[in-house]
Design a protein around this ligand. Structure first.
Ligand SMILES: [Zn+2]
Length: 318
């Protein structure tokens, strides 16, 4: 009797061992150096990721640099598989998608959701991958006029108005991050208000035309973007304010308790004050303490620690 039990137990353990081995054969585990991999990262983990993406059918090279093509393949895969967040960043969710794809011997085919960049690592006048969370939108690099993010939603935060306007929206990932940022502020006894988020190309066109008629094009462009060149079209930006400045978007916001708190804590939730004081020659915009851009916590934290704008961080300054 006892021998039978032992045999059955050993047999069971043997079979479990076999099935684990089988799974391992199908699912190549990626050795990760960090929680995420993104643009500017390099090394063995990036090579491994690139090899996995190549196995899935993406025509890229295993360079070991998380370059424009890697960002593209990850973004396209996220769109292809309806990932929770589409951002061009490799994380656990992307790893899961890759593993499932490899196990099913899934091969990605053209046409892709995002066209492959024609000039990798060269920034072109029209942004080729607008879904990328680190995309630089400024006076040199414009979004396609027909770009409207697919994953817009209204964050559950305070607004100083009641109407259901499109400007309440942000892309899902940024919306959730904003909710967490505002909740932290509430905990610290401060009420932040969201004033203006997503803006379509057409809406920006109307706004800029009105300002240009009033102040002339050149003067207007110091505080307002030409259509396609507004970060608000990314759905990754929220202009925020407080009651202490009457819900205005004004530089005085930077000196309020709320503005000081935001400058200190925004990076913890992946946001940066995109147009800081003293960086006007790089950003080509006046200081805007209210304009928060979502770039993810890794980039936001590095930018804050190094006192860098997005242009400096990605080395795309003129
Ligand atoms: Zn703004």
């Amino acid at each position: 009797m006892k021998i039978k039990v032992i045999i059955v137990t050993l047999l069971t353990l043997f079979l479990i061992g076999c099935s684990v081995d089988n799974i391992k054969q199908y699912i190549p585990m990626l050795t990760k150096t960090d929680d995420t991999l993104q643009k500017l990262d390099s090394g063995k983990a990036v090579v491994q990721l690139q090899e996995e993406l190549i196995s899935l059918g993406y025509p890229i090279e295993a360079t070991g640099e998380y370059d424009e093509n890697t960002v593209w393949a990850v973004t396209d895969l996220q769109l292809e598989e309806d990932a929770i967040y589409v951002n061009g960043i490799y994380n656990d969710s992307v790893q899961y998608i890759i593993e499932q794809g490899l196990a099913k011997k899934f091969i990605v085919q053209s046409p892709y959701y995002v066209p492959k960049p024609e000039q990798p690592d060269v920034y072109t006048a029209i942004i080729e991958n607008p879904y990328e969370i680190l995309s630089v939108v400024n006076k040199e690099f414009a979004l396609p006029s027909d770009y409207q993010p697919l994953d817009l939603k209204v964050p559950n935060v305070r607004f100083p108005f009641e109407e259901d306007l499109p400007q309440k929206q942000l892309r899902k990932e940024a919306a959730e991050a904003l909710e967490n940022l505002f909740a932290h502020a509430e905990n610290d006894g401060l009420h932040l208000f969201a004033q203006s988020g997503f803006r379509s190309f057409e809406r920006q066109e109307q706004i800029f035309t009105a300002f240009a008629e009033q102040d002339g094009e050149e003067a207007a462009n110091k505080y307002s973007a030409r259509p396609g060149e507004s970060e608000h079209q990314t759905g990754l930006v929220m202009d925020i304010t407080s009651e202490s400045v009457n819900f205005q978007l004004t530089t005085e916001f930077g000196d309020t308790e709320e503005g000081i708190w935001v400058a200190k804590h925004a990076h913890e939730y992946g946001f940066v004050v995109r147009y800081p004081k003293g960086k006007e020659s790089i950003t080509q915009y006046d200081y805007e303490p209210w304009h928060l851009r979502y770039v993810g916590t890794k980039a936001a934290t590095e930018m804050k620690n190094n006192n860098e704008t997005l242009e400096e961080y990605l080395s795309v300054t003129k």
